[in-house]
Design a protein around this ligand. Structure first.
Ligand code: SF4
Length: 381
């Protein structure tokens, strides 16, 4: 009979993964930028500080000089989640400094996104370690390696602008309505997810809340509102653009990606609270390619059972079996594979991968054993 061994545990496997990726061979004398998402408010499902501290310790033992980086809003209270220099073993910086003003710019001219501002700390290193918590996301379908860089390496101004790309393509056509105010109010009323707002003459769909149920269209007999893919997909394309700019600061052989697929909740850690897990834990994944790791993570989760009991009642579960579990919760046009699709379009990496399980515990040898003869259940209550 097999006894559980440390090397088969999460950290045992993580240890093997970071060695096999070649990370520790590269870091000697180098500054190592570790991008992480620290979470906020009363959330605690971000990456456990022990995991992060373990990686930091290994990098330091190998002669590297690591530092952690996240957006400035998440730094102050990170201590409440155990993220202190004493626990982690290295400094923790805001991406663009305490005033969010230390950044490098790039002109991209994508919809409303003219210029992007990447935090200066994201470039001040030789090696990139993109350490991501895998979870659902109400605009990107899911968040992992791509999203950790695409949003998490940027100033607040750029992050907000990335979200606003969803508003760029026109979707409200009051000129088609006999009575635009009446129609707008009717649409507000029809949306069970409170994704439609009408205030002081301004009509707005909050795409972050919209799960594309199309109930609004049932009452839109004049076709004044368009719920269309391109508003949703703008976010994915903008993410590919911003993630690419971060990657461009590092040589291909200096990029490392680690996805921690534990505590997979329905929302991003930036929501500031923790709900139940909506998918089973996968463990730890590692790669030197950002698309391979996120694609493999999605593929491994694709056929896992959605834990419906843990999905918040404010969300609506779509039972279409063709959808990825994240899209069953956030909507078909928030298909998380769109991150891979746009990632390929912008040359972020290669989504092809070979899955190698590290430290497999070995097969269960039940067929060689006599049939078990467990005692009856105690049935105490
Ligand atoms: S599609 Fe559904 S969720 Fe989206 S705005 Fe219309 S009613 Fe609301």
């Amino acid at each position: 009979m097999l006894n559980p061994k440390p090397e088969h545990s999460i950290i045992g496997k993580l240890d093997k993964i970071i060695k096999e990726l070649g990370l520790l061979d590269k870091v000697k004398g180098k500054h190592v930028f570790i991008k992480i998402h620290l979470g906020q408010n009363i959330g605690f499902s971000n990456i456990h500080p022990f995991i992060t501290g373990y990686i930091v310790r290994k990098i330091k033992e190998a002669g590297g000089k690591p530092f952690l980086v996240d957006i400035f809003e998440q730094i102050d209270k990170a201590v409440l989640r155990g993220y202190t220099q004493e626990v982690i073993g290295c400094p923790i910086y805001p991406v663009a400094g305490p005033k969010d003003t230390y950044y490098v710019e790039k002109k991209v001219y994508y919809k409303n996104l003219d210029v992007i501002q990447m935090g200066g700390f994201c470039k001040d290193a030789d090696i990139l370690v993109d350490l991501s918590h895998v979870k659902g996301h109400n605009m990107a379908g899911f968040g992992a390696a791509i999203k950790n860089l695409a949003l998490g390496c940027y100033t607040q101004k750029t992050r907000f602008a990335v979200h606003r790309t969803t508003q760029y393509d026109k979707y409200w056509f009051p000129e088609k309505c006999r009575d635009p105010v009446k129609t707008a109010l009717k649409l507000v009323e029809a949306c069970p997810h409170r994704a439609i707002r009408y205030d002081k003459g301004r009509f707005r769909v909050i795409f972050e809340r919209c799960n594309q149920c199309m109930r609004c269209k049932l009452v839109d007999d004049e076709n004044c509102l368009l719920i269309q893919r391109k508003n949703f997909e703008s976010f994915f394309e903008a993410m590919a653009i911003t993630a690419k700019y971060v990657l461009d600061h590092y040589d291909e052989d200096s990029r490392f990606f680690i996805n921690i697929a534990l505590d997979i909740t329905e929302y991003c850690d930036c929501w500031g609270f923790t709900t139940g897990n909506i998918l089973p834990d996968l463990g730890v994944l590692g790669s030197t390619d950002i698309l391979a790791i996120d694609k493999a993570t999605l593929d491994l989760l694709k056929d896992k059972p959605l834990i419906k009991e843990n999905v918040s009642r404010s969300l609506e579960i779509n039972d279409n079996p063709k959808l990825h579990p994240f899209a069953r919760v956030h909507g078909p046009w928030k298909d998380p594979y769109l991150q891979i699709w746009y990632g390929e379009k912008y040359g972020l990496g290669n989504p092809d991968y070979e899955l190698v399980e590290v430290n497999p515990p070995g097969p269960w040898k039940s067929e060689k054993l006599p049939k078990p003869r467990f005692p009856e259940s105690l049935q105490l209550y």
